[in-house]
Design a binder for this molecule. Structure first.
Ligand code: ADP
Length: 167
């Protein structure tokens, strides 16, 4: 029953039913993984995103994947790290759960996550990875349609952190 894998590289290249974007509350793009996803998906993605009128922290919204190999993009808004006393961990958990629920709602079988909030948003990588892995494992206790979850890491530090947690 090991549903979970680790992938080192660019999330826009992965062929899964849904990739998750580390979005901001405007859903209108930024740099990092969001910039890469918008570049790869093409301008229609931004158009669909603007129709959502934003998304609160801790929640997620789903769109089509357009030119991406993935059928859907789930735009999850993680918290900005403010030292740890501002419900950051609850918000991070909640955006992973929301993303999984949305994917499940579309009967997706596979989903890939970047390390949400650990770039520009400044969440400490090790703590964020711990929350990501635990939230996904807990969620998998209820028999879902999803049977493949990929954690995408983009550098050595993140790879080491996830590898430790997953083995
Ligand atoms: P946030 O604003 O939520 O912190 P970022 O995009 O700045 O989002 O960073 C989130 C994580 O995504 C970081 O760990 C960063 O290294 C990683 N990342 C950046 N580009 C990509 C990409 N193309 N594929 C996968 N992960 C990426």
């Amino acid at each position: 029953m090991e549903y979970i894998e680790l992938y080192r590289g660019d999330i826009t290249k992965i062929k899964v039913d849904a990739i998750v974007n580390a979005a901001n509350t405007s859903l209108l793009g930024g740099g990092g993984v969001d910039g890469a996803i918008h570049n790869a998906a093409g301008p229609q993605l931004r158009e669909e995103c603007s129709g959502h009128g934003g998304c609160p922290t801790g929640q997620a919204r789903i769109t089509n994947g357009y030119r991406l190999p993935a059928k859907y993009v789930i735009h999850a808004v993680g918290p900005v790290w403010k030292g740890g006393k501002f419900k950051e961990s609850v918000m991070l958990q909640s955006c992973y759960r929301s993303a999984l629920d949305l994917a499940e709602g579309k009967h997706a079988k596979s989903i890939a996550f970047p390390a949400i909030s650990t770039g520009v948003f400044g969440y400490p990588a090790e703590e964020a990875a711990g929350i990501a892995v635990k939230t996904v494992r807990d969620w998998l206790k209820y028999p879902p349609t999803i049977n493949r979850i990929v954690f995408v890491v983009y550098n050595d530090a993140a790879e080491n952190v996830y590898r430790k947690l997953l083995t």
